[in-house]
Write a protein that binds this ligand. Structure first.
Ligand code: URA
Length: 448
């Protein structure tokens, strides 16, 4: 680390609530990436930022410094804009699987760097690994080929992309410093800036299944992300979207791939998932200059779903990255199903008044569909589908969900959890609209 200031001096500055300079922040990011900052110094830095926060200028400086600890991808030579979406994560949130191919079908290029499940939320890479042969860590040459040929590649971050974030994230995970708005902002945007994007749309979830349940904190995170992205030269808009119930009608890895295929085939249903996909997609097409306004963008995306063009892009991506060539025609041949599949009836008449979304996410993890230790294997087959929605009337024999479990004890746990997590009553139910606020910047760069 090439600094005239000792690490303990940098830490003291932040501990005491003063602002770190651009060169201080570069020294810290470099020290995290190259190991010259010790584990306890990285932990102390994370805690100091967690407690003291960062000014917007500091957050932007740290984001760029983290980006520059690794490679920055260069997509020159493509004949369209390079676009991506990032979600703060939720339950049944499989938007990426449909949105990436739909954007590709409309002329964008989408190198979508995605993550694994975190806590109670599902991870896009875990879902894609339900597809036999799909390589979520392709070598750079194959990633480039897939983006060029299919228009979309949904993959994990290589070790050379923002390596400081990889180490800092691992330290945050075990020092109770994940939920810091400046650290989340720098972590997400360092990787997105390293992916060489022209524009980014952010899906910031609010509701009882979101990282930040309250709309105020979700809004603060969205504002921080939009402000720093635009300051760093990346065109970016955020939408707050509802996570007061699972977004799709399924939760679990293979089951969410099947739900994505239903949307990509333009099958009816899953209206909230469709609405969030179209809204985020429309923002991206406008940001990327592929549509003049939201109405035109939505029309193009609807056409891409109805014509099969988006589904075809998904199929091409799966093929290029090692998956089966006929996944869309015969998904049941490739996506293994859990041995035990049975409905859990509501047991009473009424209206679905409330859903504890986080509890449903945790249930999928407990069934084996997520990890309780970083190195744990996942059972891609398990989860829930045909989930009820908020406001839906039910009869005693209406399924709350169909449970896909590996064994009888998993099924018993799921039955008990569904009855406590889903409240049936007389109503009224007050679900949030699927899409809430929009946060962008005006021509002068101010939040709007
Ligand atoms: N996702 C990230 O990539 N980083 C965070 O800090 C939180 C969510």
């Amino acid at each position: 680390m090439s600094t005239t200031r000792l690490p303990q001096d940098l830490l003291r500055t932040k501990r005491d609530g003063a602002e770190l300079s651009g060169s201080d922040l570069r020294n810290i990011a470099d020290g995290i990436a190259d190991g010259t900052l010790s584990e306890c110094q990285v932990g102390a830095f994370a805690m100091a930022v967690y407690l003291r926060g960062m000014t917007p200028r500091e957050c932007a400086g740290f984001t760029l410094a983290m980006r520059d600890t690794g490679d920055v991808l260069d997509w020159r030579g493509l004949d369209g804009p390079v676009l991506d979406k990032h979600s703060t994560g939720g339950v049944g949130d499989l938007v990426s699987l449909a949105l990436g191919p739909a954007i590709a079908a409309c002329g964008g290029y989408v190198p979508m760097i995605s993550g694994r499940g975190l806590g109670h939320t599902g991870g896009t890479l875990d879902k894609l690994e339900a597809i036999p042969g799909y390589n979520v860590y392709p070598p750079l040459g194959l990633l480039r080929h897939c983006v060029r040929e299919a228009g979309v590649a949904i993959v994990g971050a290589s070790e050379r992309l923002a390596p400081a974030d990889r180490r800092l994230y691992a330290v945050r995970d075990v020092t109770a410093t994940v939920a810091s708005i400046p650290l989340i902002t720098a972590s997400i945007l360092a990787k997105k800036l390293a992916a060489g994007l022209d524009a980014l749309v952010l899906d910031v979830k609010a509701g009882n299944g979101a990282m930040f349940a309250g709309p105020d904190t979700a809004r603060q995170l969205a504002q921080s992300l939009v402000r720093v992205a635009n300051e760093a030269g990346l065109r970016c808009v955020a939408r707050l979207t509802a996570m007061d119930q699972p977004l799709a009608d399924a939760a679990g890895n293979a089951l969410e791939v099947l739900a994505a295929l239903r949307l990509l085939r333009n099958e009816p249903g899953q209206m909230r998932l469709r609405e969030v996909t179209l809204t985020l997609g429309a923002e991206l097409l406008v940001l990327g200059g592929l549509a003049a306004n939201e109405a035109e963008a939505r029309r193009r995306l609807e056409d891409a779903l109805a014509s099969g063009a988006a589904a075809e892009r998904f199929a091409r991506m799966v093929r290029e990255l090692g998956g089966p060539g006929d996944l869309l025609d015969a998904p049941e041949r490739h996506l293994a199903l859990a041995p035990l599949r049975a409905a859990v009836p509501a047991g009473q008449r009424g209206l679905v008044e409330a859903i504890d979304t986080r509890a449903l996410g945790r249930l999928v993890v407990a069934l084996g569909g997520g990890r309780t230790r970083p190195d744990a294997a996942i059972d891609h087959r398990v989860g829930l589908d045909q989930l009820v929605e908020l406001g839906q009337p039910v009869e005693p024999d209406t399924p709350l969900a169909v449970v896909h479990a590996a064994d009888a004890s998993g099924f018993a746990l799921a039955r008990a959890t569904l009855h406590t997590a889903i409240r049936i009553g007389e109503g009224p139910a007050t679900p949030l609209p699927a899409c809430l606020e929009r946060i962008g910047v005006d021509a002068a760069g101010a939040l709007a």
